[in-house]
Ligand binder design. Sequence first.
Ligand SMILES: [Zn+2]
Ligand SMILES: [Zn+2]
Ligand SMILES: [Zn+2]
Length: 725
Amino acid sequence: MTLQQVPTLHPTEEQFDNPIGYLASPEIRRLGDRYGFVKVVPPEGFKPPLSINEHRFRFVPRLQNLKELNLINRCRMFFHKQLANFSKTHGLGVPASDHASICGKKVHFYDFFIECVKFYQPQGEGRKLPDISSSRLLHDEKVWLCLTAKFKLQRSLLMDFYEENLLQYFNFLANKPEFSATLIEEQYPTSLLQDTNGAVSEDEEGEDEGDENCLVCGKSSDPENTLLCDSCNKPFHRYCLSPPLSKIPKNSWCCDNCIIGNGYYGFKDSTVEYSLEDFKDLSDDFDKHHFPSGKPQDIDQLEREFWELVNNTDNNVKTNYGADIHKLLQGQVSGFPTKDYIPSRYRSGELRKKYNEYVERPMNLNNLPFNKESLLSYLDIDISGMTIPWIYVGSTFSTFCWHVEDQYTLSANYQHFGATKKWYGIPSHHAEKFESYVKSLAPDLFAKQPDILHQLITLVSPFTLDQAGIDCYTANQQPGEYIITYPRVYHAGFNAGYNFNEAVNFTMTSWLDYGVMASKNYRCSGMKGSVFDLWELMMTVLEKFEESDDDDEDDDDFDLELVQKCLDSMKVKLEDEYAIQATILDSLDIKPQRYNALAAKHSYELTEQEKKEREDGISCIKCKGFCTFAFVRHYEPYTASKSYIPVTPQASPQDTEEGDKRRCSKRIRVKSDAETFKISVYCLEDYLRLQHPNVSRDEFFIAHDLEDAKALVQSAEKKLSSLLS
Ligand SMILES: [Zn+2]
Ligand SMILES: [Zn+2]
Ligand SMILES: [Zn+2]
């Protein structure tokens, strides 16, 4: 079975040096719409010298266990672990594996669970599972008809299997109505698949300083009444649990987090830092070990082998991927020539001249985001990984899992050298179909981790997707070739061996509609997806347009289609904003204040909360969206029974060094007037949904005056119509 290859484009020199104009031209865009992504082969002679300082460049790769990347495998493993934790705690027999055999047929516990869950719609909104208690399930004819059809086994056999293995666990789950209410933190425990089953490994010991405190109340007092979870090893007061335990259990005990599961999964970083040379050796060693009779050169054969390793569970193949490398040191930022660094072998004569020619080329990925036709050129901040390239050093079978680019932007990926990078992509017209299909495979996981596809940890075979009627295309990227992904195109792939790639995001005028769509989708799902404020960006475009001098012959023509799109979107947005601000003023008696604390104050004058706002931007704690025009600072009285703990985002060494584009929410406690508050920023929509607004204390801020924005829109509109007439 094979997938269709995406088109390979061969632009002329002229087209290649006006890349966004070329990629946005109607005939190329049509290809982007149809296939989702394209391969671009630069004109003959475009061979940028690698500009990495190979002596200095070091990185820490991620470890990837191939079989765990497969969505279903991982869910089955999670479920088995959860079921085992439940069984231990309740003195039941612990299942030895993730399935049982009935008449020689494998029935996975998870698959049975999903069949039952699928049958009922979840109650109301929120992150709930449907009720699958025995009182409901046992007497539901339809469910058992489906189960017998699905597993092709007699009903009585399945009934025995259910009663023996799952009935009590299902009843337990049915009594825990909402995941978010029972789970203390989405990223805790780190992962059910990675915890060490009670034994704390040496390198993890002492890492968490808060470990000795009860996870519910945060206090370390009363050790006699504290019990440790057998799975995650975290302490809990027996009376802090819900329901409380009357005494410390004699036998095994696991906390609810470890029984219900949070679905969290992340790659571990390698403990070794590599140079390129060392990493090549590592990849070669893998090849020698994995292909004792020689590595196949045929990419189709490697592809078959890769998906076998991902889809089956009878292997333990681990790979190393140097992904998302973002060093800011000279000679380590980009593989493309930059004016900040010239490798010694290019420092003289002709070679230097040749090197310098590449510094300004538009398809040098350091320049592409700032191309005049990319809206990102209007951003006045650099965003690592978005407008500053990230580097990817691959080894055999290292993987990039299914994802779309942040805010549905386009991406450009260039291969500097090395083995084939295999790509799979789903055109945007099937993005939703893809999302709902993947969700249907593991509804419980998506309830626990709604932004799982944003985490780049999940694979589903493209051949499975193709069979499910989802358009899926492929490409083999070779050295010197670009892959361009269009807006909202899910893509994934793997490396056939040691290679070196670099990627960056950019946009074109037609992207703007996708940007607006992304804001809406992120807001609905509460995903931390936005890395820049789209409305701020549009206002900047309009301001620049306002300032542009249309009499000046030299002034480059402004993209009027872009201005029109910004105007249309802004008008809708402003109407919504006027309405919601009026609602806040009417329904709550909170006076608005001008928000200029950050601009006016010195850093030593800022409160903790203001520092956080300055650092992270003003974004809503609920929907994670930027609060462009207004927000409420909400003071929630802190009560001991609230099960939250201060969270510091888990950061890899690279992240802490240079900052990460994906922001994590931090919760902080602030003492004030002898009372303790949890202070959070809410967007107006989410503030109105709050059950207990603290009206006497909460502050309503106007960050950007609507009248100013309206005036900007009106004058830009006037200017546009005069230009068009
Ligand atoms: Zn406690
Ligand atoms: Zn636990
Ligand atoms: Zn919000």
